[in-house]
Design a protein around this ligand. Structure first.
Ligand code: PLP
Length: 497
């Protein structure tokens, strides 16, 4: 018996190559950033609020990092507040302006393709009496400027539009939006988390009043973000407590993370330098994929988009299956925004640009990184060729409709729940199912029946897809995977079971 547990899907199939094409989800921490962070952890462990040497050293490092972050977006250091992430920074702007800073105005006008950290906050603010109007976007995700002008009125205190979209890569005409917002006396906030390091940013030229950033999108550490507030614009704290960050963000500073963010910003010019090459690789990948799969639809605009981002629809191919299938061959791509994954809803961004729910479920996001090279692109296109030809997607899928309540009794089927234990505890499963975590499947092959069809299920259908593929490779001939998983099944049958 193999005694090693799997740590990832890819580990099931020892492949020679790993190609990371999900840089919009996160990036690897660069060696330079790591060195700066390690040095900080070792030599500047003091609390920046204390007055002795090792603490003051930490305080100096925080201010140096603030300067670097400010410089990378052409802001003043005093306009930068460190937060725990871009999500927190987005929350801070939206909540503080809505609840405290604009008591006589009640309306926010926003793009409908914002990141969940904005969309969900807007939804919550609606429950607090804030009116939110969404401005339509075109089929490439670009905001309809003429419509925006019509939506803003004297009740509007904020326009909210990201600089670059995380799923499509579409870059918004922020300077033009700023002109309109300001003409109507509204502030402009822009989530710039995806843009920093991929396109040059000058907050003054863009005309934004508030902007948010995240270090882990540009080879910095996770757990650190920054909020830019233009000098003179109002803001209140989200986290109350100590006086840190000029009273705008309480809590002892995460000095090593802040230093890591600063170091990542040191490398912004290098990253920008690489974008031309990355753009060429993206173009080459599109050409190759179009030859392989002529019906493929490119959702990302060729011009006016982040050079690394590519959103594609493959008609007839479910994206959860495709993500898992590509992972078998060492290729990491995503089926949407990492932050919206647990919901298993079709991407709101893609439906907002006019894709049907089905098309949205047939779309994937590829995001190249500064280390992506031509060999990666050639390998990726070869694997895409194999996986996107329908006949090579060899995993049998059972739709929620095909799995009736009768089937759940388990007499005809052996239903195997492969979710990790933590997920099984948190979310209900299907009755009469057996449970073996995907990552321990190799330890339990002998416990599985060979005389019954095995139906593998997980939360959304991606882990079970991978597990089905694995069992097929281990000689199980009658295995299938529940498409869209337990959540898809519950959506159809509700609380019936
Ligand atoms: N905004 C955008 C556009 C993003 O892509 C992300 C990350 O996926 C975030 C905000 C959230 O960033 P963080 O992970 O720092 O909260």
């Amino acid at each position: 018996m193999e005694l090693i547990q799997f740590k990832s899907i890819g580990q099931l199939f020892r492949h020679k190559r790993r190609v990371y094409l999900d840089s919009n989800a996160t990036t690897a921490v660069s060696r330079y950033v790591r060195q700066r962070m390690n040095h900080t952890l070792k030599h500047a462990y003091g609390n920046p609020s204390s007055l002795y040497e090792v603490a003051q050293k930490a305080a100096r490092l925080v201010e140096e990092a603030r300067q670097k972050v400010a410089q990378s977006i052409r802001a003043q250091p005093a306009e930068i507040t460190f937060t725990s992430c871009a999500t927190e920074a987005n929350n801070q702007v939206l909540k503080s302006l809505s609840l405290y800073c604009a008591p006589n105005r009640r309306t926010i006008v926003a793009s409908p393709i914002e990141h969940p950290s904005v969309m969900e906050t807007l939804r919550w603010l609606q429950t607090q009496g804030i009116q939110v109007k969404y401005c339509p976007v075109d089929h490439q995700g670009r905001i309809a400027i003429n419509e925006l002008e019509k939506l803003i009125d004297t009740n509007t205190f904020l326009v909210c539009c990201m600089l670059a979209n995380n799923e499509l890569g579409t870059i918004q005409p922020i300077a033009a939006i700023s002109e309109i917002a300001h003409r109507h006396g509204a502030w402009l906030m822009s989530d710039c988390a995806q843009a920093l390091g991929k396109i040059p940013i000058d907050v003054v030229q863009l005309g934004v009043d508030y902007a948010t950033f995240s270090a882990h999108k540009l080879h910095g550490p996770k757990g650190i973000g920054a909020l830019y507030v233009k000098n003179g614009c109002p803001i209140t704290p989200l986290v109350h407590g100590g006086h840190q960050e000029d009273g705008l963000r309480a809590g002892t500073e995460s000095v090593h993370n802040i230093v890591g963010f600063g170091a990542a910003c040191d490398q912004v010019n290098q990253l920008l330098h690489a974008t031309e090459r990355i753009g060429r690789l993206r173009a080459e990948l599109v050409k190759k994929l179009q030859l392989i799969h002529p019906e493929m639809q490119v959702n990302t605009p060729q011009e006016g988009s982040l050079p690394n981002t590519l959103n594609l629809t493959f008609p007839g191919i479910d994206n959860t299956g495709m993500v898992a299938a590509l992972d078998f061959s060492g290729i990491a791509v995503s089926a949407g925004s990492a932050c919206s994954m647990p919901e298993n809803k079709p991407s709101q961004v893609l439906t907002a640009i006019g894709l049907s729910e089905q098309e949205a479920r047939e779309s994937i996001r590829i995001s190249l990184g500064n280390k992506t090279n031509r060999r990666d692109i050639l390998y990726a296109s070869r694997i895409f060729a194999q996986q996107t030809r329908k006949q090579t997607l060899t995993v049998n899928l059972v739709t929620p409709k095909q799995l009736t309540l009768e089937d759940l009794k388990g007499e005809m089927n052996y239903i195997l729940d492969v979710r990790p234990a933590a997920l099984r505890k948190k979310y209900r499963g299907l009755i009469h199912s057996h449970a073996i975590s995907f990552f321990e499947l190799n330890l339990h092959l002998k416990d599985l029946p060979r005389n019954k069809p095995i139906l593998l299920v997980c939360q959304h259908g991606n882990l079970s897809y991978a597990a089905t593929y694995y069992l097929q490779n281990k000689g199980f001939t009658n295995v299938s995977s529940l498409w869209r998983g337990i959540s898809g099944w519950l959506e159809m049958y509700g609380e019936a079971e």
